[in-house]
Design a protein around this ligand. Structure first.
Ligand code: SF4
Length: 175
């Protein structure tokens, strides 16, 4: 399997990295134009690069172009968390992951969004499977929060000294 794994933040990627050691080809793809403001984006990207320094994993950074994200969720800004805005946001990032995987010769996509207990795993997987299918790719349907995954991500983040944010990421989740 050649997996392009979308990373929303370094803490959520820690447990995935621990579990996927020895995979034939794995690249972490940090692509999150949803994050607001840009200073917060820089902080999360810095934490991601710190994790990369610790683990030596292959990685790639997506383009930070928040205007494309605002367009993607337009009309749903005030929806509550886990509602339609979040579905569009996850779909937007997974589509970009699939496009990148297609361009770079990966055959499977996945995301570490499932590490968080604040995300609807079923919704993430349904979107991931449909998007991957559209691009002729496989979908790595792992629920990283299972088997105490979230607890482990907290431990590993502490061990690596990683910044842990206190809101999901977008402007509307800061409320
Ligand atoms: S709350 Fe999180 S998942 Fe939902 S739209 Fe905002 S950044 Fe995306």
């Amino acid at each position: 399997m050649r997996l392009l794994l979308h990373v929303c933040c370094a803490p959520d990627a820690t447990v995935a990295l621990e579990r996927l050691q020895g995979m034939e080809r794995l690249r972490l793809w940090f692509d999150n134009p949803n994050i607001h403001p840009s200073e917060e984006y820089a902080r999360r990207m810095e934490a991601f690069l710190k994790l990369i320094c610790h683990t030596g994993t292959d990685y790639q950074l997506g383009l930070y172009n928040p205007e494309t994200w605002f367009e993607a969720v337009k009309g749903h800004e005030l929806e509550p968390e886990k509602g339609e805005r979040c579905r569009l946001c996850v779909s937007f990032r997974l589509k970009r992951t699939a496009e990148q995987a297609h361009q770079s010769g990966f055959d499977t996509i996945g995301t570490v969004l499932t590490t968080s207990p604040h995300k609807k795993t079923t919704m993430v997987h349904e979107l991931g499977e449909a998007i991957a299918r559209d691009f002729g790719l496989g979908y790595f349907s792992e629920d990283f929060k299972k088997r105490d995954g979230f607890k482990r991500s907290v431990e590993l983040s502490r061990q690596f000294g990683l910044y842990r944010q206190n809101y999901c990421g977008c402007l509307y989740s800061m409320r």
